[in-house]
Design a protein. Structure first.
Length: 549
C-alpha cells in the first residue's frame, strides 16, 4: 500500500464541504514528522550518554547503551536480508528489547508488526500470511519465554523465524539517516474485526510522529519525565509509551504484566521508579485509585499525569481518581488505532463529574474532526448540537488495512474537506458523537446501536447510567435473542451489596422503559480482553450457555 492508493469517494449532500469544514474541530501546530525517533536518541546519547533511557526490573540502559543495542539488532536484520518496506513480525514480551527492536526496524525503513505471545497458532499464521511478513523476529527467547506457537505458525506460513541474539555492538552506533521518513510505513496493529477475523491497521511514520509530539505538547513532557510502559504490545498505546519519552530525553520504565494485575505491586513499582506519567484502561485506573486510598501516607507523589484510554471512562471512576490523587491531572483520551492512536485529549474537571458521560476532549495537533449524518442522498454536516458520526482527517490518519483493499474502502476515503491535508485521507470511525463548545462528547459505537422490542437504543448509554450507581464497580449491557425475543442483559460486579431490583429501579429513573434491562447477572469480575477492555463476546457466550442448559 502506498500514498498513491486510489481512495474511495465519500458521497456528500451538496453544500456539505463548506458547512462541515466550518463546523469542524481542528488543532494545528508545526512539528517535525519527518525525522526518525532514532535520530533523537542519537542526539541524547551524544549530549548525555549515561542518561537513563530504559529500565526493566533492576537493569537500566543509558542512551548510549540503547543506541549500541539498536546497532546490534540492525546488523542482525540486515544480515537476514531485511530491507526498506519489509514487514517484520516481532514476538516477545513487553521489555527493554521492544523499543530497541522497533528503532532498529525504523533505521532500515522496515515496518513493525507485534505478535502476541498468547495468540493461538492459527491466528498467528493468519496474520503472518495476510501481512506477507518478510521475517518473524523472536526476542522472547532472550527472556526464556516460549514462543512455540509463533514458530509453528511461521513454519506453516513459510515465514523464516529468527531468534534475536543478545549483546550490543562494540562501539559503532547505527548510521544517522537524515532523509525524510514521513511516508514510510512504520507499524501495523492487528485489531479484531466485526467478523472475528483481525484486520491490520497500518500507520505511516508522519502519523506516528505527530501523535508522539501531541503527547509531548499536551502533557508538557520533558527530560525529567518517567513514563510507565504498561500496554500490551498489540495495543496501539504501547507505541507512544515506549517511544515518546525518547524524543525528549526522558525515561521509559517497563512494568511487567504480573505487576499490573496486582494494584499493590503497581503502586509500589510506580513509586519506586518515581513515575510521572502512567496510562491505563479504566478498569486498571479504578484498581490503582482504590489502592492509593488504602495507603497512608498517600503514594504516587511524583505522578503528574494519569491517562485513561481504551474504552469509556465513567464519571464514578474519574471522581474517585480526582479525589484520591489531587496532585495528579486526569486525562480522558480517545482515538482509533487507524489514526495513529489518540485524536483527542480531555483534562477531567470537577464540573465534568456531574455529567452522565465524560467528554473526550479537543483534537490533538494537526487533526481535523468532522461530524456527519447519513441521509438517503449521502452524508451531510451535523447541525450544531446534533449528534452524528465522527470522521477524522489530518496527519494521523493511517494507510488503511494492510493488504485488505475491500475493508479499507469501507472506512478510508479521499479527504474532500482539506486540500492541504498531509495525508489526503479521511477515516470513518463508526463512533457517534456530539460537538459542544469545541469539545467532543462521545456517544458510543455506532455498531452498539441495537433495536430491542422495536426501539432503537445505544447500549453505551445504558452502561453509562448503570455505572453511576455507587455500588457498581463495572458493568456492561448485551442483547440476548433475536427479533421479538431479544432482551437486554445487564452484567455487573459490585463493591457493596445491592439487589438487582435496586439497580433496575436506578436505571428506570434515568432512561425510557424499553432501555431498562430485563435480565441481571452479577459477576465476581467481568471478563476482560488482553487489552483490559470488557469482553462483550464472552458475556454474550455466557448468557447463551445459560439459555441452553
Amino acid at each position: 500500500m502506498t500514498a498513491h492508493y486510489d481512495w474511495a469517494e465519500l458521497p456528500l449532500v451538496p453544500g456539505t464541504v463548506g458547512r462541515a469544514t466550518a463546523l469542524a474541530l481542528t488543532g494545528a501546530k508545526e512539528v517535525d514528522t519527518a525525522t526518525g525517533v532514532l535520530e533523537y536518541v542519537a542526539r541524547h546519547a551524544e549530549s548525555d550518554p549515561n542518561r537513563p533511557a530504559l529500565t526493566e526490573g533492576g537493569r537500566t540502559l543509558g542512551y548510549r547503551a540503547l543506541l549500541l543495542r539498536v546497532a546490534a539488532i540492525r546488523a542482525d536484520l540486515l544480515a537476514e536480508g531485511v530491507a526498506a518496506g519489509d514487514v517484520v513480525a516481532c514476538v516477545g514480551p513487553r521489555s527493554a528489547e521492544t523499543p530497541a527492536v522497533f528503532l532498529a526496524l525504523e533505521s532500515v525503513g522496515a515496518s513493525y508488526l507485534p505478535i502476541d505471545l498468547d495468540w493461538p497458532q492459527e491466528r498467528v499464521r493468519d496474520v503472518l500470511e495476510r501481512s506477507r511478513a518478510a521475517l518473524l523476529l523472536d526476542y522472547a527467547s532472550l527472556t526464556g519465554m516460549p514462543a512455540g506457537a509463533a514458530h509453528a505458525a511461521a513454519e506453516a506460513a513459510r515465514v523464516k523465524a529468527v531468534p534475536l541474539p543478545a549483546g550490543t555492538a562494540a562501539d559503532a552506533p547505527p548510521p544517522q539517516n537524515t532523509s525524510d521518513r514521513s511516508h514510510e510505513t512504520r507499524y501495523t496493529i492487528f485489531t479484531s474485526g466485526t467478523t472475528g477475523r483481525p484486520k491490520g491497521a497500518t500507520v505511516e511514520h508522519q502519523g506516528m510522529l505527530n501523535h508522539l509530539w501531541a503527547k509531548v505538547v499536551d502533557l508538557s513532557l520533558g527530560a525529567d519525565d518517567v513514563v510507565a510502559f504498561t500496554a500490551p504490545l498489540v495495543f496501539d498505546i504501547s507505541i507512544w509509551q515506549m517511544l515518546c519519552p525518547l524524543l525528549v530525553g526522558g525515561h521509559v520504565v517497563v512494568v511487567d504484566d504480573t505487576v499490573i494485575r496486582f494494584p499493590r505491586r503497581l503502586v509500589k513499582a510506580l513509586d519506586a521508579h518515581r513515575v510521572t506519567v502512567v496510562e491505563l484502561v479504566p478498569t486498571a485506573v479504578g484498581w490503582l485509585v482504590d489502592e492509593t486510598r488504602r495507603r497512608d501516607p498517600a503514594p504516587l507523589r511524583d505522578l503528574r499525569w494519569l491517562l485513561s484510554t481504551g474504552e469509556e471512562l465513567h464519571p464514578p471512576v474519574a471522581e474517585r481518581a480526582v479525589t484520591a490523587l489531587p496532585q495528579v491531572t486526569l486525562v480522558n483520551a480517545y482515538g482509533p488505532t487507524e489514526c495513529s492512536d489518540d485524536v483527542t485529549h480531555h483534562v477531567v474537571t470537577r464540573s465534568d463529574l456531574e455529567r452522565t458521560r465524560l467528554p473526550v476532549g479537543s483534537p490533538v495537533i494537526n487533526t481535523a474532526l468532522y461530524l456527519l449524518v447519513e441521509d438517503e442522498e449521502g452524508w451531510r454536516a451535523a447541525d450544531p448540537g446534533e449528534s452524528g458520526e465522527l470522521f477524522v482527517g489530518g496527519t494521523g490518519v493511517g494507510l488503511g488495512y494492510l493488504n485488505d483493499p475491500e475493508t479499507t474502502a469501507r472506512a478510508f476515503f479521499r479527504d474532500p474537506f482539506d486540500p492541504a491535508s498531509a495525508t489526503g485521507r479521511l477515516y470513518r470511525t463508526g463512533d457517534l458523537a456530539r460537538f459542544d463548545e469545541g469539545v467532543v462528547h462521545y456517544l458510543g459505537r455506532g455498531d452498539r446501536q441495537v433495536k430491542v422490542a422495536g426501539v432503537r437504543m445505544e447500549l453505551d448509554e445504558i452502561e453509562a447510567v448503570l455505572s453511576r450507581h455507587p455500588a457498581v464497580t463495572r458493568c456492561a449491557v448485551t442483547v440476548s435473542g433475536d427479533g421479538e425475543r431479544s432482551q437486554l442483559v445487564a452484567h455487573y460486579n459490585l463493591r457493596a451489596p445491592v439487589t438487582p431490583e435496586e439497580l433496575q429501579h436506578a436505571v428506570r429513573a434515568a432512561v425510557p422503559p424499553a432501555m431498562v434491562p430485563r435480565r441481571w447477572r452479577e459477576w465476581e469480575a467481568l471478563p476482560l480482553t488482553a487489552n483490559g477492555k470488557v469482553d462483550h463476546r464472552s458475556l454474550r457466550a455466557a448468557v447463551s450457555e445459560e439459555e441452553t442448559r
